[in-house]
Design a protein around this ligand. Structure first.
Ligand code: NAP
Length: 274
């Protein structure tokens, strides 16, 4: 590492943040491109009540890039100078570029959704179900409807699904009636159900899964969720949550460095940690 007074600092802020793979993924990419003298990526545990002062501090310190994770992606918007139109439509920012003192907010989570799906299919005209109506769901909804898929959002709290459905010209449905999941070409889980503490739980009954579907789980801990296991057993194609993490990171790397990201290196780093 060749950090000097000229090195640009990027960081991820969140609460919690210690589990984040972003520093290791970005630093490995800097090293691979021999720009680890130019950029370094670190992390800071920022509580919600300190978000405003953290952004002010980042501004005064000339931090080059600020990655936002839970719970800051929405709240941070009001402290920025400019919001990219896609991030504005999604209503969340995960990437902030400091461009000559101006803080500009972007969202790359939607790219993390669309890219792995488009490696397997053409989204236009496909029937897509997203389970969940939180922050990840909004970015996903933008991505799939921007590619002209027909979207239905299923959520435990129907009103939350209705808000997203209205913004993205989609349908909203209650999570208690999943019977028409069988008709879907693509099923995406963007709820937290299936994460490590409930790794054996899936919201989708196996009888609704079949070989003509693509099933995508945003959860990356564990890598193979119960939903993905069941989908694989049913013969469906599957996309693991780390792919979303990887592709949003690749897009973010390119915003911060203006260089093509070394995809294979970043993938190796992420998969090695799973
Ligand atoms: P969030 O804003 O907190 O939303 C959580 C969603 O899960 C809500 O729709 C909530 O429904 C639903 N939910 C929670 N517990 C539930 C339960 N017991 N039964 C049914 N529904 C339940 O979270 P988020 O930021 O969107 O993140 C969601 C998941 O995506 C997390 O697991 C996160 O780790 C993952 N994620 C992954 C990536 C990646 O790069 N792979 C990126 C972002 C997020 P209600 O509306 O009814 O409360």
């Amino acid at each position: 590492m060749n950090i000097s007074a000229r090195t640009k600092v990027c960081m991820i802020i969140g609460d919690p943040v210690e589990h984040s793979l972003s520093p290791v993924m970005h630093n490995a990419a800097y090293e691979a491109l021999s720009i680890d003298n130019e950029f370094v990526f670190t992390a800071a545990h920022v509580l919600s009540e300190n978000l405003e002062i953290a952004i002010k501090g980042a501004r005064s310190l000339g931090i080059h890039g600020i990655t936002c994770t839970i719970p800051h992606k929405v709240e941070v918007i009001r402290f920025l100078d400019e919001i990219d139109p896609i991030a504005a439509k999604i209503g969340a920012v995960n990437t902030i570029l400091n461009k000559n003192g101006k803080l500009i907010g972007y969202n790359t989570d939607w790219i993390g959704t669309v890219t792995p799906l488009e490696e397997k299919t053409i989204l236009e005209g496909k029937k897509v179900a997203i389970l969940g109506a939180g922050g990840a769901s909004r970015a996903m909804a933008y991505g799939v409807t921007e590619r002209k898929a027909h979207l239905t959002i299923f959520n435990r709290t129907l009103e939350n699904a209705q808000v997203i459905a209205k913004d993205f010209n989609a349908e909203a449905s209650d999570l208690s009636d999943l019977s028409n999941l069988k008709e879907m070409d693509i099923i995406i889980n963007s709820t937290s159900v299936g994460m490590a503490d409930q790794a054996d739980v899936s919201l989708v009954p196996s009888e609704f899964l079949h070989r003509d579907q693509i099933v995508f789980d945003a959860i990356y801990k564990p890598n193979m969720t119960r939903l993905l296991h069941n989908a694989q057993s049913a013969g469906a194609q599957i996309i693991c949550g780390f792919e979303m993490l990887l592709h949003q990171g690749v897009a973010q790397f390119e915003i911060y460095t203006q260089k093509k990201a070394p995809f294979d290196v970043m993938k190796e780093v992420v998969t090695a940690t799973l």
